[in-house]
Design a protein around this ligand. Structure first.
Ligand SMILES: *Cc1c(COP(=O)(O)O)cnc(C)c1O
Length: 487
């Protein structure tokens, strides 16, 4: 059933709001400031409510069903996080408020910095960056600043594995550095021989390496300590892309494995809302050698003003900051949610998150193994990558499998990433899904594999019952139409 658009039901004079009477004398605005022709739809409140409610129902969200978006950790957002963020004392804070009146908020920030330091094995954390990608930018600029500060400014090479998320090379380029790609070996690890060659070749120019562990194949980097030692030997630093921390919580600490700086994605690992429900937060953790370069302000305990039972907190800028990366202090509402998440789970709960995330991914992988090719057949971590192609249905592609999943009521996993796997489907169930949901999802994947053989047109034409059918993605990208226009 197609519903009319707001523009189509617009009738002159209808209105969904009633503005309060003016309590100041009316004046004319300067000429040219106001348009006389602003064709906005004129609709009643009920039309408006129906329009947006309908749009919201066309959407898919983690609150509707499984969202197996590999590497993005679309887990349940516990409602207690939201309740805490809505406490009036937090929700109505003003960033210009005097520090004396915001001690509780600063305590939350300070504690979250401490939790993240402990979880990652770092000396210090800045909560400023607004997302993982911005955390990367901050971290890479810190690495560069470190070398410049040591009087070693010619270093401009960053090593990035071929399995890396696209943000890693993008961050490197944005920081004015050169990317050298390092291939993976047959087991999905960084190819050590190639790494060694690159380290030797670029030794005096090496800023460091960006490494995701577990990597985007969902595999734990088995030689991680050799890698970090090798890069350090050549004067480089190790950047950890912490997007996949969900697999490590309470089990392994990147700081202990030799990483010097790492970003966390609070909107992935720490259950704060993601995507359209954002905003995000991508704190950066740093080893002692890099802590001075963190973007500020960060929350510090003011020892002089603190009493034994009443610590006093203050905002400080680290001694050699790369600068400010976000207005004011960052996304404070997200700090409250992530702080609540850590406190609700405690240290043992954190570890259970990682254990169940890994268990769920392995359960799902074994359910589809043999039907969907698994290119790197190892125990996976929090996600796995399989191929969306079948020997006996050669024309079916990963995209077709994904689109058909929509008909089965599931959000598709990422396709064609990581780039090193043919027809990749990257599946991350997360720990917050039940066995029953995983079974339903596995059944859907298996049913689709059967359809691929028996009636592949079901896949080519999918999705059949979504608000929009199969889109021509190439045409859409080449010829973007970003505004609805009346016909
Ligand atoms: C999500 C992700 C990023 C980027 O994080 P954003 O918060 O989306 O900016 C970087 N690397 C990996 C591996 C990711 O999964």
């Amino acid at each position: 059933m197609t519903q009319p658009l707001l523009f189509e039901i617009s009738r002159p004079g209808r209105c969904a709001v009633r503005l309060p009477d003016l309590d100041v004398p009316p004046t004319d605005l300067p000429a040219g400031l106001v348009r006389s022709d602003l064709p906005l739809p004129e609709v009643s409140e009920s039309d408006l409510v129906r329009h947006y409610t309908r749009l919201s129902q066309m959407n898919y969200a983690v609150d509707i069903g499984l969202y197996p978006l590999g590497s993005c950790t679309m887990k349940h957002n516990p409602r207690i996080n939201e309740e805490m963020a809505r406490l009036p004392g937090f929700a109505y804070l003003h960033p210009y408020q005097d520090e004396e009146t915001t001690q509780g908020a600063l305590f939350v920030g300070y504690s979250l910095q401490q939790f993240l330091s402990e979880i990652g094995g770092f000396a210090a954390v800045s909560l400023q960056p607004a997302a993982g990608a911005q955390g990367e930018l901050a971290g890479v600029l810190m690495m560069r600043a470190y070398h410049i500060d040591r009087g070693d400014p010619q270093r401009d090479v960053m090593l990035v594995p071929d399995s890396a998320h696209g943000t890693n090379p993008a961050t490197t380029s944005m920081s004015g550095l050169r990317v050298i790609e390092i291939p993976s070996d047959g087991r999905g690890n960084v190819d050590l021989a190639s790494l060694e060659t690159a380290c030797v070749e670029h030794s005096s120019r090496l800023v460091g390496m960006m490494l995701t562990n577990p990597n985007t194949l969902g595999l734990f980097e088995q030689n991680v300590e050799e890698i970090t030692a090798l890069v350090h030997e050549h004067g480089g630093l190790m950047y950890g892309d912490g997007a996949n921390m969900n697999a490590l919580l309470g089990i392994a600490r990147p700081g202990d494995l030799g990483f010097d700086v790492l970003h966390y994605n609070l909107h992935k690992t720490f259950s704060t809302p993601h995507g359209g429900g954002g905003p995000g937060c991508g704190p950066v953790g740093a080893a002692a050698s890099l802590a001075d370069f963190l973007p500020g302000p960060v929350v510090a305990m003011d020892v002089e003003q603190s009493e034994e039972d009443a610590p006093h907190f203050t905002l400080v800028v680290p001694p050699k900051p790369i600068g400010r990366v976000k207005a004011f202090y960052g996304h404070f509402g997200i700090w409250v949610r992530a702080y609540t998440y850590v406190r609700m789970l405690g240290a043992e709960g954190m570890r259970r998150v990682a254990e169940h995330a890994v268990l769920n991914a392995n359960y799902l992988m074994s359910a589809v193994k043999g039907v969907y090719p698994i290119p790197y057949d190892r125990t996976c971590m929090h996600e796995f990558v399989c191929e969306g192609r079948f020997e006996d249905a050669p024309d079916v592609r990963a995209l077709d499998v994904s689109k058909r999943l929509i008909d089965y009521g599931f959000h598709p996993p990422p396709n064609y990433f990581p780039l090193i796997v043919r027809e990749a489907l990257m599946i991350e169930p997360t720990e917050t899904e039940s066995k029953e949901t995983l079974d339903r999802f596995a059944d859907a994947l298996l049913a689709i594999a059967e359809e691929a053989r028996v009636s592949p047109e079901l896949l080519y034409d999918a999705p059949h019952n979504a608000p929009v059918r199969r889109l021509d993605e190439v045409a859409a990208a080449r010829n973007m139409i970003l505004r609805w226009q009346p016909e």
